[in-house]
Design a protein around this ligand. Sequence first.
Ligand code: BGC
Length: 881
Amino acid sequence: MLASISRPLSLAAAAVTLCTSASANSHVFPPVDTSEWAFSDHYLWARQSQGIGGDGTDQPPGVPFLPDIPFAMNDSFPYSPPFYPTPNASGQGIWAEPVRKAREYIQSFNLTQRVQLVTGVGWQQGPCVGNIAAIPEVGFPGLCLQDSPLGVRFADNVNVWPTGLTTAATFSSDLAYQRGKGMGREHKTKGVNIQLGPGMNHHAFAAGGRNWEMGGADPYLSGESAYHTIKGMQESGVQACAKHYIGNDQEHFRNEGSVNIEARAMREIYLHPFMRSVQADAATLMASYNLLNNSWSAQNSYQLNEVLYTELGFQGAVISDWGAQHSGVASANAGLSMTMPGDELCCFTGQNSSFWGRNLTEAVNNGTVAASQLENMGVRILAAWFLLGQDDPDYPKPNFDSFDLSTPINKHVNVNKLYNTQELRRHIASAGTVLVKNEKKKNGYRALPLKKPNGHTPNHLAVLGSDAGPAFLGANGIADRGGVDGTLGIGWGSGSADYSYLISPYEALQGRAVFDGTAFSWSFDDYNLKQAKKISDERIGIDAAVVFLQSDSGEGYITVDGNAGDRNNLTAWHAGDELVKAVASVQSNTIVVMHSPGQMDVEAWIENPNVTAVIFAHMPGAESGNSIRDVLYGDYVPSGRLPYTVAKNRTDYESEVTYVNRSAPGVAPQLNYTDGLLVDYRHFDAKNITPRFEFGFGLSYTSFEIGEAHGEWINGDHNSKRNNDGHGKEHGKSHGHPGKSYDDQVGHDDGNSPPNTIPTQSPFVGTKVLPASLFKDVYKLTFSIRNTGDYDGHEVPQAYLRFPASAGEPPKVLRKFDRVFVPKGETKEVTWIFNAYDFSHYSAKQHKWIRSEGEYEILIGKSSRKIKRKVKVEGVKQKTT
Ligand code: BGC
């Protein structure tokens, strides 16, 4: 099952031109209501205030906008307004000293050297996947940029960590942090300056090819995952690179499609994890391949200059994805800081040209790019470098060669001998394993764990499926993991790394069987149903059969079995469903384990009574076998939760990968995100669709009770008393004024601002970094968790917020979660602090964050649908920030 690798071809597609043809008008699919976007993004204001577009007159900003001004000969396409200039890095927070040093240092760089600092040396022209050359004249050692978000790519003796999605499924900020720290240390040891991760594009499509690299379908979940991963990585000394900014949620058309997102969903859903990355002081961000609202992400001045640098106050550098740059002057002025890998459109051998390099020198010389703009780009790159202390002369130099492991550069540094992270990686993989079905058997015990509380272990266990076994060609037999061979530890593409070992489930389970005296049979042939039945038949004394299924996906430059990155279907690959049904026809204790990039369609067998236990094991990395063995035998009490919703029917999902371009030839495919805020469980809740398994769901071997919950306003934000859930004694109300925490003007969410709030100039002029008050802690929630079962274990409580109807939010949205260890018979108190942002929504009309007036409710549960406690948060007054 080898892949066809077509990187140059997929990049060639990037040459498609934009919607400049009037005839394109009739080919928009599906029709989009752009009225909200137009107003929300104030594009005409911006255009008029800058003399761009408009009707050619120089009306002062602030005049009523004219809805029918043509732009690019087609105003029916979503439009991204210009925003210039790029704000300078201001040195806020912990960036003060790094920015100061960067400004000082860059004075020693001449024009050519500054251009060198921002221009990669070209694909395969250095040891790393991206390289900034050393500039010895000024003592700059150069930069090594290296994939991936789960380990050092293209290097030997490194670790393949559990994937981003597996980590998200742990619902544990601590494990995200520890993973980040462990990976960051390995990257630094190998001489990497910038680790190209974490990824956070996973809100739109169940079949999205790179979902397994990302942090889950909910923005808060992926935001926390990103925040803590970055904290961990950067604590190890490596620069993080939050990617892909923004909207690269599917692989089809990633190089030429325009992802069209309206302002509110952009802020609340897609931007949120990037905002958390900025709050974690991510050193760099990666601009994605796609266009956003018909402007390439790497030259989208609104998304970079306004949203990222101004609203979020990002201080670091923006790096183009590999070949995502499409212009020289425009990208420099729009806020791109570094081009990667440096040559035009990446990766065409023999192509040494660059949009920047000499062209940028010329642009500065002829004044089309201001010298100060180039300086600012360089300052951002150097500030990120200083922030991480990489100016230390002892910071390791690259000691591996991505493209040839036999050259003398390779020192074969063995990270495992330096740092033993095996237990941690195994732990994260087990914690990201989600048990979704576990039936009681006639003997009174549930199917899992295999080792019963009375000590009994199976007499004879059967293991089925190619996904249980080792790879025929070896763990790295297929480049970039672009094909399946044996068990599936990670997906394919640049998000992969080479294994230094891979423990298959078969190896781990057979080892355990020998230890317990359990007889052990296996078959790896997914298609040989006869053999599968023969060895798992309970009439011959088999106690349980574990069927391993898989489904794979990855980055679009590789196609595996017809899957061009994105999955074509969500069912198990090979004859997986048939295999389960065959085994279940002869074995009343059939346990199904799935390795997958995310959602699976399990409908073919999920209700079969002989399928007694089902596990989403995600992609566990090298510790695959050990981690699943720990869960199956109860050495690890499962606590993983689904970081997405699993639907009964594929059509139940809110949206679908666009596989077929319906735009006119020469027009960028229009990928319209028409679901707005209704992504994942928000959609299922709003549309009243019963999923197979809801977001946040996962079973344990023990049981927990969530106790009475209390909420109260803190920090003088509100003069309320405590708010209790329906089981408490106090049913306090929160009344009163909202306090003094918001220093901005008050507005109304209906778009009809009172006279004193009408801006007197272009809204952009007043736009500024989100104020600290928006992130001030305002509300405290406490509750208890009691472990009422027979095992010590972790509960994963989740708090969802229900907004007042006037806010126009989905029925509930995740705001807090944690993975809490509670020994059996014991009780733990949980305290969660909410900030003002948590209670706010984005008003596209006002371009501000609003806290609506009315009754809020906090729903505390074990999943998005298993709500156990409710706390009313009453009398909240409106605030605008
Ligand atoms: C991917 C990035 C990756 C880069 C460098 C691109 O194709 O989208 O995620 O970091 O290549 O390999």
